[in-house]
Design a protein around this ligand. Sequence first.
Ligand SMILES: C[S@@+](CC[C@H](N)C(=O)[O-])C[C@H]1O[C@@H](n2cnc3c(N)ncnc32)[C@H](O)[C@@H]1O
Length: 286
Amino acid sequence: MDAKEMIVYWYEKHWEAGFVKWWKGYETLALHDGFHEKRARSFEKALLNMNDFVGRLLQIKDGEAVILDAGCGVGGTSIYLGNKYPKAKFIGITISKKQVELARKFAKERNFNKNTEFYLMDYMKTSFPSNYFDGVFALESISYAPNKKEFVKEMHRILKPGGRLVIICPAIKKELNEFMKKIHLWYNIGRGNPCSFPVLKDLSEYLKEYFSNVVVRDISRNIVWSEVRSTLMAIPYVAIVLFKKLFSKNYQIWKDPHFYLAVAILTPIMAASRTAGYYAITADKQ
Ligand SMILES: C[S@@+](CC[C@H](N)C(=O)[O-])C[C@H]1O[C@@H](n2cnc3c(N)ncnc32)[C@H](O)[C@@H]1O
């Protein structure tokens, strides 16, 4: 399996096993962490609040903006914002065919298929013309970009002058020691993320090279409860995976959706080491 096939495999297996079961998949269509704050304390509200947060950062006015959702999952954020900003158009792209089908189906069921569109497309090399979008957001999707600088360059190309890029992602904030490198590798691969987290300093530099007004906000505290939830959820799966590994001769760990759930057990190690944080970044094209 190459990196792209692995990402697709992970998301397609994980939709039912993980997101529907443990992450309010059908209720929120969210494949991201919840953004907890005073007005959004419950898990479900926090998941939806992340969409509101993206809308606020994009500074969508009541106008006819065209917005790209780069790495759209099953369309949750675009469908939510499509409802909130009915005059704007949201175009979501993903490399998973199943996600495109689900996003179109969910948009239709919820009657937001008039101002949302979903396509199978790689965000590293899109087929959109230059200077096309008023805003672009990448919600927990840049980790999958094999080359972060090329990703930034492509987003810059398709944004109109005056347009805004919003990136929300986990990122590495300090040099990793050998142990943490291993933990990151397992965590990322186990989460279908063979390309891995951006390094915050490098990402900021790439953004500053192409954009102006680059603002980095550390929102790690707002997503802590989502991470606690995924860690607790992992405990029974660690036991299941160990059991299968010990007692099944032909067990293929990389093909087991339960393994992907078990890997969340590494979250507290990452959090305690303070090597990674969770950020909301905005940058404007001049
Ligand atoms: C963690 S999910 C986030 C989905 C969505 N933004 C959300 O918050 O619900 C990451 C998404 O990035 C997509 N993705 C990964 N690599 C991609 C690529 N090269 N081009 C487009 N989408 C990609 C995956 O298919 C998946 O939909």
